[in-house]
Design a protein around this ligand. Structure first.
Ligand code: KPL
Length: 305
């Protein structure tokens, strides 16, 4: 049995795909009220993909459920909730249980590794596009891939090995941190502009104007410290590619702003500015972008962290 903690769009996408693949899965909900709503609505989700809709039964439970211990946990909360969510089920984790972290940005994964040294904490980078037009209704709009790896270079756990790649297109990545650094840089170059200018990813180059080239330079200087031999042209090409391929998408940060939710800036631009400082690097363009974002969020009455 697999447990999914976090019933946002990504958590439910994972839970629904696992259930469709025949995996016995339980969704862990935050509190009794959420569970009550879930059960009253039939303990299922409406799963929409490629023009088809199906109802997928998904049993749910509370973090302190006595039902069964947790052998494998898919943690799909927002980055800022990951630590407290993990804490809510800590007593149920079996010795050596694995925790698959699906968070955006960086920082929450390392915090989980530090807090749970006896669990196998796996990091993932997800490129699926999913949204929820209504509660318990998920639309899998962009089929992506999930890179998974163990930052401590342990082997892939068996439960993951057995996951049907037809249903979840996942790949084991021996150097998952490299993948996370690159995704982080891409998010730093795209998400802030989409939130600041309330635009789709495709408009980012126009909105960033002359800032984009020095920003990519700064991001590359940091990445090159963590990924030896990483070339500036590679990062630049990847950023431009993602902008082109996701031109019509609303970034996760813009979606958060639209939903008047707390954003993940502390785990995206905030983490990156801090990492640069710790390495003695100056990143004036990124720093200004981060500050502009904070001011913008404050003006909208949203949290600035
Ligand atoms: O990961 C993303 C996000 O929105 O957070 C990008 C790559 C920018 C795609 O929208």
């Amino acid at each position: 049995m697999l447990h999914v903690l976090g019933a946002g769009s990504l958590g439910l996408l994972w839970a629904a795909r696992l259930a469709v693949a025949g995996v016995d899965v339980r969704v862990i909900l935050r509190d009794a009220q959420a569970l009550q709503h879930w059960q009253a609505a039939g303990s299922s989700v409406l799963f929409e993909h490629a023009g088809r809709r199906c109802r997928v039964p998904l049993p749910a439970q509370l973090p302190d459920s006595q039902e069964q211990p947790i052998r494998a946990l898919i943690l799909a909360t927002k980055a800022y909730s990951a630590e407290s969510a993990l804490h809510s089920v800590a007593k149920r984790l079996m010795p050596g249980a694995s925790v698959l972290m699906l968070q955006n940005g960086m920082g929450s994964q390392q915090a989980a590794s530090l807090a749970y040294p006896h669990q196998q904490v796996l990091y993932a980078s997800v490129t699926d596009g999913v949204w929820m037009p209504a509660p318990r209704h998920i639309v899998w709009a962009g089929q992506g891939t999930t890179q998974v790896g163990d930052p401590d270079a342990n082997p892939c756990p068996q439960w993951l090995e057995q996951l049907d790649r037809e249903v979840i297109d996942w790949h084991w990545h021996p150097q998952i941190l490299n993948t996370l650094w690159q995704k982080l840089a891409i998010n730093c170059a795209i998400n802030p502009y989409t939130a600041l200018h309330d635009c789709c990813n495709g408009e980012v180059l126009e909105r960033a104007g002359k800032q984009m080239a020095p920003l990519i330079h700064e991001l590359h200087s940091l990445l090159a410290l963590h990924i030896p031999g990483y070339r500036l042209t590679e990062l630049s090409e990847r950023i431009h590619q993602v902008i082109e391929h996701t031109a019509n998408n609303s970034s996760s940060m813009r979606q958060d702003v639209h939903a008047r939710r707390r954003t993940e800036i502390s785990y995206i631009t905030g983490f990156t500015c801090q990492a640069a400082r710790q390495s003695g690097l100056e990143t004036p363009v990124l720093d200004r972008l981060h500050e502009a974002l904070k001011t913008h969020l404050a003006t909208l009455g949203l949290p600035t962290d």
